[in-house]
Design a protein around this ligand. Structure first.
Ligand code: GLA
Length: 337
């Protein structure tokens, strides 16, 4: 019996560095993704990949995913250590996602592997298992957004996710708009340690003013430490922007949606300090371009991609950078087997 599982990548339209504080995010699953074909049997999970030279060979009783080599096999090991399948198997990984560009290639790999080795459960349970796998593999204390977007994607709809209740609400993308993702060309650097530092700062702020999800701007202003104040200011205003952005999409007001994207980028740059000169330059270039409503860094930052909302059909000159026009797509699924 051959099992085939597919999991999409994601692009986040609004709400970055909010998921791990119980905040709001608005990602969408995309048509690019990762397919795993798998033949169960034996006591290792052995996967070849079309984009890697060495295969992943992971024992089903693997103990320390972060120590596994080659490094891409850590994500497979993370999943195996969380899902704990009773039998292994042999298979193949094929992906249409650019690896390491910020479109959640690792989340797509985890979700597809989890389904291939037999994970059964809801989209939220699948996402939780794969979030844990990612944390074990990378030692980065990531939130749930990427894995949940991949698991719960919907055709034609972005996903408004409340990371306190884990309620997912579909938000249709207006027909007059397209989502353009442009690679800054800057590989993400230092993201692991800086990501963990931001998470710690949010925790420290929440220890003083209570959960950031409920905090007001007055609570934020009362924080004495200027760094914690800026971090909390980003989170509180970003949550508001997610709701305002969802409203703008529903009203097909792409001018307003674009303005909110630029405000989000400024907040990620100035208050949260996760942007880079390459990302800032690319956002500025896009913001000046005819037909672009707005743009912002997407995902963790520190390099990677920018997402822009553009008027449907208008060509955008991204000056030789890699770019993709992406559509909101269905979530992960076992295709057969
Ligand atoms: C990474 C993490 C997500 C989220 C984003 C920032 O993609 O995996 O959980 O925190 O960064 O929004």
């Amino acid at each position: 019996m051959t099992v085939t599982a597919f999991a999409p990548g994601r692009v986040n339209l609004m709400g970055d560095h909010t998921d791990y504080t119980g905040g709001l995010v608005l990602p969408m699953a995309i048509e690019l993704g990762t397919t795993v074909t798998f033949e169960p049997g034996g006591d290792t999970v052995t996967l070849a990949s079309t984009v890697e030279t060495e295969p992943a060979v992971v024992r089903i009783d693997v103990a320390d995913p972060a120590g596994v080599l080659p490094s891409w096999a850590r994500y497979v090991a993370g999943v195996v250590s969380v899902v704990r399948p009773a039998v292994g198997g042999t298979g193949r990984v094929v992906t249409t996602l650019p690896v390491g560009a910020g479109l959640s290639s690792s989340a797509a790999l985890e979700v597809a592997v989890a389904l291939a080795v037999g994970f059964a459960g809801t989209a939220l349970e699948l996402a939780r298992a794969c979030q844990r796998a990612e944390q074990l593999a990378s030692r980065v204390p990531c939130g749930i957004m990427d894995q949940l977007a991949s698991a719960a994607g919907r055709d034609g709809e972005a996903l408004l996710i409340d990371c306190t209740s884990f309620e997912v609400t579909g938000v249709a993308l207006p027909e007059n708009a397209e989502v353009l993702v442009v690679d800054s060309g800057q590989a993400r650097a230092l993201s692991g340690s800086a990501y963990a530092a931001r998470r710690d700062e949010c925790r420290a702020a929440a220890d003083l003013v209570g959960p950031l999800r409920q905090a007001t701007l007055a609570d934020v202003d009362a924080l004495a430490d200027p760094v914690l104040r800026r971090r909390a200011h980003h989170v509180v205003t970003e949550n508001e922007r997610v709701l305002a952005f969802a409203d703008a999409l529903r009203a097909a007001d792409i001018g307003e949606a674009g303005r909110i994207m630029l405000a989000s980028h400024a907040s990620l740059r100035d208050d949260y300090e996760v942007s880079t000169p390459a990302l800032d330059e690319l956002v500025a270039l896009l913001a000046r371009h005819r037909g672009v409503a707005g743009a912002r860094l997407t995902g963790a930052g520190f390099g990677g991609c920018v997402v822009a909302l553009v008027e449907a059909g208008v060509p955008i000159d991204v000056q030789r950078r890699r770019s993709w026009r992406l559509h909101a797509s269905a979530g992960a699924r076992r295709i057969e087997g």
